[in-house]
Design a protein around this ligand. Structure first.
Ligand code: ZN
Length: 82
């Protein structure tokens, strides 16, 4: 189901030579001019960078406001979150 996501990587970690470990935090269904798309909100478990992906090879950074709007399903209440 999320196979295509494994082709994505965190650019910051890639530059540093660290292996990317991306965590899918949310999946949002979008209606675009090209038809329905699933947008994934991803978090890098190494550096905490947050971004979203529309297509397999495209991603962009997500600011805090947008992140909380879509990913707020599970508040960071886990003791081991950081
Ligand atoms: Zn990273």
């Amino acid at each position: 189901m999320i196979d295509s996501l494994f082709t994505l990587y965190c650019e910051d970690c890639e530059v540093e030579g660290r292996p990317s470990r991306l965590w899918v935090r949310a999946e949002i269904d979008l209606a675009t001019s090209r038809g329905p798309e699933t947008q994934h909100y991803l978090e890098c478990m190494n550096c905490g960078f947050r971004f979203k992906s529309c297509m397999e090879d495209h991603m962009e950074a997500v600011d805090d406001e947008e992140w909380q709007r879509f990913v707020n399903e599970s508040p960071p209440s886990l003791p081991s979150a950081r």
